[in-house]
Design a protein around this ligand. Structure first.
Ligand code: F0G
Length: 467
């Protein structure tokens, strides 16, 4: 798949960046305008290796980025292109942007207490233009698609990648085709893709089937794949580390926790922090931990069986997929993550953990984040649920500085929220053969609407009861 012979010479010495195979035994490099997604030599994952045009600028980078916060230039208004010195594009590139990034970091005192921490900060990537962190990667992937002269961009998706790609493709006037598992993505996400004019192919299967199909389609020269297997996606997404550090006044948090699905986000976060460390802009890495839903946790299973003391040297060659992944957090209902190797490498390098949380834990954590006045979609809430478990297990100390990355907006899945608060949420799945089993989720922090008479006294009584 997507393993076509490379037609161009490898790196030109004048180029700012190269694409490099991450397999240490191979480490082949390719030019930045090669249209490849995996290493043509060994099929390994590719990543972009960028060097500063003027290396002496490293020390002044943070000052340059700080000054851009007050600049009206469209590139500076983007929380991705603001960090363009570390992106694999030439200075004058015409970027496809929706002013992505610029997402807030919130204090979340109730969630902190719930986790057993003194403080907890939430970096809300759901505040991006299409409501998820995917926008930070699509601005660079679609910019690259335009530079390559592509006419059609494509992705497999559990909903957010699709909505984001559809929007950026519309901005660039490109055709967009998305493959989604029929009946398994939320109405809100699907509605976004319809609005942005994408060709929507609903596939009878799950996300992993869509992803396999996408890898076959990637062989077609007319189609440019924008899933996170594409290293240009990761380049945009890595800037979350730069923006977060700027917001933290360059004081590195002890722990950063992210949800894990196809594993692009965790890979990108680790890459971003690694680059800051390499440039001397930070003095240590935060521990990066990944949280998966119990029913869709291939990487957590792999991690549990690893000798993590051996670190990056013990990276396995393959992962055992989860055949029939199950979770109500549909964004991360993925059994065979494409970027598992990069993500695992980042976790091992940083000394973090990979763990699972139950459906009940996700639902309650989501409601608790809500009590802080901050909405998010279910997949994002795995972070707070996971942090609570990591504190209980002693992997995170109560006084450590912890940042959870929220990945999607609460309005991405309003049905889930409503069902939780009304007490009707349940996970239905085909257990064996054709028997469907329902696993009810109790709304421990339920807050259902009440039917109240048209009378002032009835409303006051209602308030009284709530106290
Ligand atoms: N959170 C949300 C809201 C997501 O949409 C996703 C992935 C993840 C977390 C996991 O991130 O895949 O980088 O590990 N959504 C993809 C999609 C798969 O198609 O929208 P990851």
């Amino acid at each position: 798949m997507m393993n076509r012979e490379s037609t161009r010479p490898a790196q030109k010495s004048s180029e700012k960046a190269v694409q490099r195979c991450i397999e240490p035994k191979c480490a082949a490099s390719y030019g930045i305008r090669e249209r490849i997604y995996v290493c043509p030599r060994c099929n390994g994952p590719l990543e972009i290796e960028c060097r500063l045009e003027a290396p002496e600028d490293a020390a002044t980078l943070s000052k340059t980025w700080e000054a851009r916060l007050a600049s009206p230039d469209a590139r500076d208004r983007s929380g991705v292109w603001r960090y363009r010195e570390l992106l694999p594009f030439e200075e004058g590139v015409s970027s496809v942007t929706l002013a992505e990034g610029n997402t807030p970091v919130y204090d979340a005192p109730r969630s902190a207490q719930y986790c057993g921490l003194l403080a907890l900060r939430l970096k809300h990537q759901g505040c991006n233009p299409t409501g998820s962190f995917k926008d930070t990667g699509m601005t660079t992937a679609v910019t690259q698609a335009v530079l390559l002269g592509a006419h059609t961009v494509a992705c497999a998706s559990t909903g957010n990648t699709a909505a984001s790609l559809a929007a950026y493709a519309a901005r660039a006037n490109l055709q967009c085709v998305i493959l989604v598992p029929r009946g398994q993505i939320t109405a809100a996400k699907l509605a976004q893709s319809m609005d942005y004019g994408a060709v929507i192919c609903e596939i009878e299967g799950n996300f992993d089937d869509c992803m396999r199909l996408m890898q076959e389609l990637g062989d077609d020269p007319a189609i440019y794949v924008a899933n996170s297997i594409n290293p240009f996606r990761i380049e945009g997404q890595k800037t979350v580390a730069f923006e977060l550090m700027q917001q933290c006044r360059w004081r590195v948090p002890d722990q950063i926790v992210v949800p894990g699905g196809n594993m692009g986000n965790s890979s990108a976060l680790g890459k971003g922090f690694g680059e800051l460390l390499g440039l001397g802009l930070i003095e240590r890495l935060p521990k990066i931990s990944i949280v998966q839903a119990e029913g869709a946790a291939p990487l957590a299973r792999l991690f549990a069986g690893l000798d993590s003391a051996r670190g990056v040297a013990s990276l396995p060659d393959s992962i055992v997929p989860v055949e029939n992944p199950q979770t109500l957090a549909t964004a991360i209902k993925i059994g065979s993550p494409v970027s598992w190797k990069k993500a695992l490498r980042e976790v091992l390098k940083s000394g973090g953990q990979i763990l699972t949380v139950s459906e009940q834990e996700i639902a309650d954590a989501k409601a608790m984040i809500g009590r802080d006045g901050i909405g998010c979609e279910p997949a994002s809430a795995t972070t707070v649920a996971g942090i609570r478990k990591l504190v209980m297990a002693g992997h995170i100390g109560p006084e450590e500085s912890v940042v959870a990355v929220l990945t999607g907006h609460v309005l991405k899945d309003p049905d889930y929220v409503s069902q939780y608060h009304r007490g009707t949420l349940s996970l239905g799945f085909v257990a064996s053969g054709a028997t469907t089993t329902a696993q009810p989720i109790a709304g421990a922090f339920r807050n259902a609407p009440k039917q109240v008479a048209v009378m002032k006294s009835a409303i006051l009584e209602c308030l009284q009861r709530k106290k």
